[in-house]
Design a protein around this ligand. Structure first.
Ligand code: HAM
Length: 418
């Protein structure tokens, strides 16, 4: 039994170093924009996810009955937990809320490159404002993160649209509410399924061929001037997108952004702006995705609060960095290795290690009877900066031998000077 459950990952120390590096960059971009970290349990009431619009995420739920016969589920995403937390303190939280988190999420997915059954998902959300400045700020968080890790707008495109585009087109044909959400969920699968299957699913929803044709023609639009032709100058969706693109421009992020009407997102709750980051070469699935969801609280039995946010997984981004040779080489890095050269010197080695640790140096105290040769190899492996040796001769003069592994310099120092 060396294999874990299918679709799950082990993180050996070398993997953990990379994961921590990634998370540190997630955290740095969030803090730079004034977000605060929160967390929630991985186990939630199943009812938090039983939305009925046919989303994949609800079919992929890891759910079971616990020993108290409660129906529970491992969270497939963080947004409902966040909504629950905000709802529980509605009225007492100062607005706007700007929170981030890096939860592990569980989905019973078909495993493939960049998709597992668990993943870590950086979530950044703003609650309590309808201003598009919030949506632009989120995009700035994402762009800042990409820049931190060495990606540019030549590598990445963030495709932006608004659900209001399709809503306006279909609203005039009587497609609204749940039916509209269901339509978006099907449309979101356009890049995964053939057009015949999509058409079939849309007609199963009851859409006429006129409606299906309209959907297809609107989704093909990739620039704003064509959108104006399709929706008319008075369109609220266009006014909103124009404002958003102007804001994005004032951040100097325009080269990262592309309007794309085919972005609708596969979750039922989005109501306005929606976006996804993709690699420009189109080799990978979406790197991250998000948008505005102003009506989620009422679906959970609360009073609505406007909200916008995104989720950013840890898998596709690492695949992309590997593809671009941008994965950093990280070594463990302790400052000192302390080695007693015989067991009589162990006591003093313990004292030396303790003294070094008190002065904030990280210390790997060699625990067994080991030779110099082993210590050198070990030092190289763990990227140690110094080898601190307790040797009988030197210690008889109360001296400690210190070898600087970067310069090769060797010297004898007293415990006090160490
Ligand atoms: P989502 O599009 O389902 O959105 O997931 C967001 C991101 O999580 C994806 O773009 C991808 O990076 C990652 N992801 C999702 N599923 C998997 C998987 N099985 N394996 C690896 N990575 C995965 C949401 O979950 C929304 N709740 C995001 C959000 C937050 N919207 C507003 N606030």
């Amino acid at each position: 039994m060396t294999q874990g459950v299918r679709g799950t990952r082990d993180f050996y120390p070398e993997d953990m170093r990379l994961r921590n590096w990634l998370f540190d960059n997630f955290i740095a971009a969030s803090l730079l924009h004034g977000f605060e970290e929160y967390d929630a349990p991985v186990l939630e009431h199943e009812g938090l996810y039983t939305r009925k619009q046919g989303e994949e995420i609800t079919k992929q739920l890891y759910n079971f009955q616990d020993k108290g016969e409660r129906k529970v589920a491992l969270r497939p995403e963080m947004t409902p937990s966040l909504a629950r937390m905000v709802m529980a303190r509605a009225g007492s939280l100062p607005m706007p809320i700007k929170w981030f988190s890096i939860p592990q999420c569980w989905r019973y997915e078909r495993t493939q490159r960049g998709r597992g059954r668990e993943h870590y998902q950086w979530n950044v959300d703003i609650w309590g404002t309808t201003e598009l400045s919030a949506d632009a700020e989120l995009i700035s968080v994402i762009v800042t993160f990409f820049e931190e890790i060495g990606l540019t707008s030549e590598d990445i495109v963030i495709r932006v649209s608004s659900r209001k585009v399709l809503e306006e087109v279909l609203g005039s044909l009587g497609v609204e509410g749940d039916l509209f959400a269901k339509t978006c969920i099907i449309v979101d699968k356009m890049d995964k399924l053939s057009s015949e299957v999509i058409e079939e699913q849309l007609s199963d929803l009851g859409h006429s061929s006129e409606v299906i044709g309209k959907i297809q023609s609107v989704l093909g639009i990739k620039d704003m001037s064509n959108l104006v032709d399709a929706l008319g100058k008075e369109s609220a969706a266009i006014a909103e997108l124009t404002t958003l693109f102007d804001l994005i421009d004032s951040y100097g992020m325009s080269e990262w952004i592309q309007f794309d009407a085919s972005i609708v997102r596969g979750l039922a709750y989005y109501t306005g702006s929606v976006f996804e980051a993709h690699d420009r070469e189109g080799k990978f699935r979406a790197i991250c995705g998000g948008g505005r969801y102003d009506n989620l609280l009422s679906t959970l039995g609360g009073k609505d609060l406007p909200a916008t946010g995104f989720g950013f997984g840890d898998m596709v981004i690492m695949e992309l960095l590997a593809d671009k040779n941008l994965v950093p080489e990280l070594i463990g890095g302790v400052d000192d290795i302390v080695l007693p050269l015989n067991q009589d010197l162990r006591d003093i080695a313990v004292r030396v290690a303790a003294a070094l640790r008190l002065s904030d140096r990280t210390v790997d105290l060699v625990l067994e009877d080991k030779k110099m040769k082993w210590a050198f190899k070990h030092a190289e492996r763990v990227g140690a900066k110094r080898l601190v040796l307790l040797a009988p001769d030197e210690w008889s003069r109360k001296m400690i031998k210190v070898k600087d592994l970067e310069t090769g310099e060797e010297k004898e120092v007293s415990l006090k000077d160490l």
